[in-house]
Design a protein around this ligand. Sequence first.
Ligand SMILES: Nc1nc2c(ncn2[C@@H]2O[C@H](COP(=O)(O)OP(=O)(O)OP(=O)(O)O)[C@@H](O)[C@H]2O)c(=O)[nH]1
Ligand SMILES: [Mg+2]
Length: 456
Amino acid sequence: MTNLGETIVAIATPYSQQGSIGIVRVSGEEAITIARTLFLAPGKQEWATHRILYGYIRHPQTQEIVDEALLLPMLAPRSFTKEDIVEFHCHGGIIPVQQVLQLCLEQGARLAQPGEFTLRAFLNGRIDLTQAESVAELVSARSPEAAKIALGGLQGKLAHPIRNLRRTCVDILAEVEAQIDFEEDLPPLNEEEIRGSIGKILGEVKAILATANQGELLREGLKVAIVGRPNVGKSSLLNAWSQSDRAIVTPLPGTTRDIVESELVVGGIPIRVLDTAGMRETADMVEQMGVSRSRHAAKEADLVLLTIDATTGWTGEDEAIYQEIKHRPLILVINKIDLRSPESVKYPPEIENIVQTAAAHCQGIESLETTILQVVHKGNLHAANLDLAINQRQAAALRLAKIALERVQDTINNQFPLDFWTIDLRSAILTLGEITGEDATESVLERIFSRFCIGK
Ligand SMILES: Nc1nc2c(ncn2[C@@H]2O[C@H](COP(=O)(O)OP(=O)(O)OP(=O)(O)O)[C@@H](O)[C@H]2O)c(=O)[nH]1
Ligand SMILES: [Mg+2]
C-alpha cells in the first residue's frame, strides 16, 4: 500500500483552479535533502523544524528560478506523518505548483496516492483509523455540523471509547483464559461481575450505534424532490427556499422541462433540492422527457414534496401523482395560500405531514424546514447537538461486536463451558479493533484510504 522508505510528494491545495497560495508537500526520508537541493534561502536563515524560510525555488541544473516561495520544514516525529515533511508555499496558480511538483519528482520523490499522507500518519501511529476517516470527512463536510462531528472524531471522540471498550474485553478474556489454564490454582470466576461488565460494554456499544443514522444524514445529506402537476409553484418554492432565482418561473404550465438543483443546509443536514417538470400527459416530446425525469427523481429522492395549488384544491391529476408516489416518505405542500385559505383544501386523510406555503411571497419556508427535520429525525434529537456520529463502516463493525457480546451474555446465562466464552469475546475484540485499526486488514485500509483526495 505504501512503502515507508519512499519519499512522497503531492500538491496539497486545489490544483485545477487558481488560488493565492499553492502548497506542495513532501514527506519521507529524502524530504529535507530535496528541499535543500531546490530551495535557496538567502542570508543567514536557520534551517530548523517548524521555522519558515523565505527564498526561491530553482532548477538545480539550470539555476533557473521557478518561484519565490516560503518553505516550512517539519522534522520527524513532529509532523502529520511522523516523517520529515517539507511544504513549499508557492504562488497560487496552476503553473508554479506543477513546476515545483515536477522538480520534486525529478529529485526522486514519488507522486503520493490518494490519502497516502494520512495512511502514513496511521501506520506510524500518530492517529487511529477513526481519526484518519475523520480527516477525509472534515475535508468533504458539507455543513458546519458535519465538520463539527468530523473534528470530534479527529480529536478521538470515537477512538477513545472504542479503545476502552476493547481493552475491557481483553481484560475479561485474559481472566477467563487464566481460569481455563489454571483452574485449580485460582479462585472461581466472579460470573456476576463479568456479566455486569459485558452488560455495560453492550450498553455503550448500543449508544454509539444509535448515532449511525444521524451520522449518515450529516455526511451524506438528503435528496429532496419537489414534484406536482404544472403551475402549482414548484419552481417558486425552490427559489424561495434557496433564496435565489435558480429556476425559471412563469405563469405558463410546463415551464420547467428538466431537473433544476440547489444545495442548502437545514439543521446541519446538507440537502439537495430538485425542482422537477410538472407531471402531466403531454404530446410535447421534450416535456415528456422532463416528466419521465420527474418520475425518476421522485423515486430516487429520500423525501418527496408533493406540491399542490390551494386555489384549485386537490385535483384528479394530484390524485394520480399521489398514487404513484404515496409509498415514498412524503410531505404535502399546499402552495398559493395567499390566494385561497388552505382550510378548504381536501386531501387524503392518511397524509400526515402538511405544510402551507405562499412560495411567491417566500412564506412558509420555516415551517417546511421544521417539518422536514421532524420527518427525518422522527421527533428525535436535533442533528446539530451531536458531537459524535459513526459512519457506515464503523456501524457495521459495531453491529458485529454487539452480536458477539450478546452471545457472550447468552453463553454465561446458559452456563456453557468457559471455552465458549472466549470465542465470542475474541470476535468482539476483533471487530472493535477493526474500528480503530488495531486489527484492520489491508483490504479495509485500502477501501478507506482510496476515498481520500491526493495530497491528504
Ligand atoms: N399568488 C401566488 N402565486 C404563485 C405562488 N407560487 C407560485 N405562483 C405563481 O404560479 C405560477 C407558476 O409558478 P411556477 O413556480 O413556475 O410553477 P411550477 O410548479 O414550477 O410550474 P411548471 O414548471 O410548469 O411545472 C407563476 O406565475 C408563479 O408566480 C404563490 O405562493 N402565490
Ligand atoms: Mg417549474
